[in-house]
Design a protein around this ligand. Sequence first.
Ligand code: GLA
Length: 709
Amino acid sequence: MSLPSYVHLQNAEMSVILHCPGGVPVISYMGKALSDVTSTLMLQQLTTRQEAKCSPAVEPPLSLVPHHGEGFTGHPGLQLSGQDDQWAAGFSLVAVDADKQQAVFDCRDDLRSLQLHVHVRLDTQLNLMQFSTSLTNLGKTEVQVHYLNAATLPLSPNYQRAKTFEGRWSNEFQTRDILLQMGAYVRENRRGKTSHDCFPGIILCHQGTSEQHGECLGLHLGASANHRLMVEVLNDGRRYVQMGELLFPGECRLHAGEKYRSPTLFVSYSENGLSSMSQQFHRFIRRDILQHRPDKAPRQVHYNTWEGIYFNHDVSTLTQLATHASQLGVERFVLDDGWFNGRRSDRTGLGDWYVDSSVYPDGLTPLIQQVNQLGMTFGIWFEPEMVNPDSDLYRQHPEWALQTRHNPQVPFRHQYVLDLSNPEVCEYLFNRIDDILTTYPDISYIKWDMNRDVNHPGNSSGQPSMHKQTQALYGLLAKVKQHHPHLEIESCCSGGGRVDLEILRYTDRFWTSDSNDALDRLVIQRGFSYFFPAEVMGAHVGPRDCHITGRHLSIELRAAVAMFGHMGIEMDPRELTEHERKVLSDAISIYKKNRSWLHSADLFRLDDDGLNINFGYVSDDKQRAIFAYNSIKETGHTTPGRYYFVGLDRGTAYRLTRLWPETLKEYSPSVLQATEGEVFSGEALMQIGLQLPVLFPQTALVFLLEAVS
Ligand code: GLA
């Protein structure tokens, strides 16, 4: 069978050209669509590299899986070991199965009995690519895989900057812009969860790329545990980005016929700036990942008990909270941590998933009925992967905890991690969850938490087990959903510690951060929005004085920030003043009125000016838009600048109304009075902009634009 020299994947806006020189294919072009006037010969001629002084006569290829066998001296995309000379590999391309949108490259190393499959897919409608690889042991003896990247992507020299992601508990998704320099930027995560500090994503951009202009590539690895990310500028001038799962030594042993498959790398491309890059991700997630269909089920407003009462569960208090919440317009009541046996603090009870009869003498039924009668649905908290040493489960099965022999467990919230690779453990957990959901069929939502690092991912046979643990977690989630098809699940991990596209296949939304501090949230939510859409971003109005930061923030600001995610409240609503109650229920009404279109709209972030965080959502048909101006710091001038709307239709006339806040004390008459209810062309709003009013810092303004005929 003759093999192609090039494979050209193409949609209306972009091209990906893969060169097949005989080994593992190489991406030779990835970017704006190339038309028929450009040939692969031109590509080859224009990119000819010569022999450099004191260098290999021919540079080892930067293939999709560069490796030792090809003499590659950067970071290998494949690392392995085995008896039959399997420290390196020498693949030949033996088959290509390709059309315009996807290609599977079958590469073999007959000498070492290895088969490598490389999958590349370009979406038909979106500028979104997916890459993954798999390695099969075709021999008789064991092969250990130490690393197999999802892909290594060469970057054109124009990609000079990177937006990187870092953070910590309650301050996730912090971005930092760096210039790529010779050498590598590397992030390795061994926390056994996607992590707060090491999100598996990066954005690579041209020098001048901004929110609405310029080329960029956003990369995200759908990996819910350990992973590795690297961008390197090689000494020969070439640059590449590589991502894959991080495996422990001996973690992945392939026996005869066994296969390891990498996680999927999702890559979004735009020539029109970062917002457009994010829109590709958002559309893709809405279309292909989420099971939740906003047209069928709008995202219900939550009340979560955690910051209201913590572990102080008591049916009469909970009933009062539910009553107050429903009066505010809440639609789902989520009973957080503290309902199961012995769970009076975070020191005990994890693993004992039985309703605690000392707190709930008649089970959960009276509370659930009360909540339902108030017109709300019911959700409940679990942390299935964990066990407290002080629990009946641990006393019965200490061997069910992950551990490394002879090493004391690293203390972390008084809990250990259960070994999900042990089928008995998964069966126990499934049975407990299933029993609660079957006993209480009106529970329609689980907040699935995970509150510690996996420092000792060793199973009972003394083998590292993080990969198996993660696969078993996906299996458990899938089984719970399969048996309870209407159940929604929230992925929580001490806030945003498990936010990734693979876990989202099995869940419905994320708890974005344990911080409900509206100012911190503006930054966290902005970082989150580079990859994920608003409707999966759990966002709650927290207490007046934030429990995490101590900041005292107005109800107007707290509500304005939460209404742009999947909105909820998390506080003791009995403490609200009359004014706060009114503002909060107004905000909930605005959220309800607009969520159906907001949750399918395009997000446009405005460029960061260091003072404010501004963004807007524009409906698909450009007939409606909502824009937020969040003034955080005071301006250096007597009067602030202008607000330039984006993403509108130039020729359409829009009526401008201020949606938020309802009342605003102003120093003197301002633009807000001059423009309220007036009609402006999209062009005027985008090119002339709106003079901003003088406001106290920490004020949010929200504008609604509606097309008028
Ligand atoms: C984690 C979650 C919180 C809450 C507590 C309960 O920290 O992120 O929202 O559920 O656990 O213990």
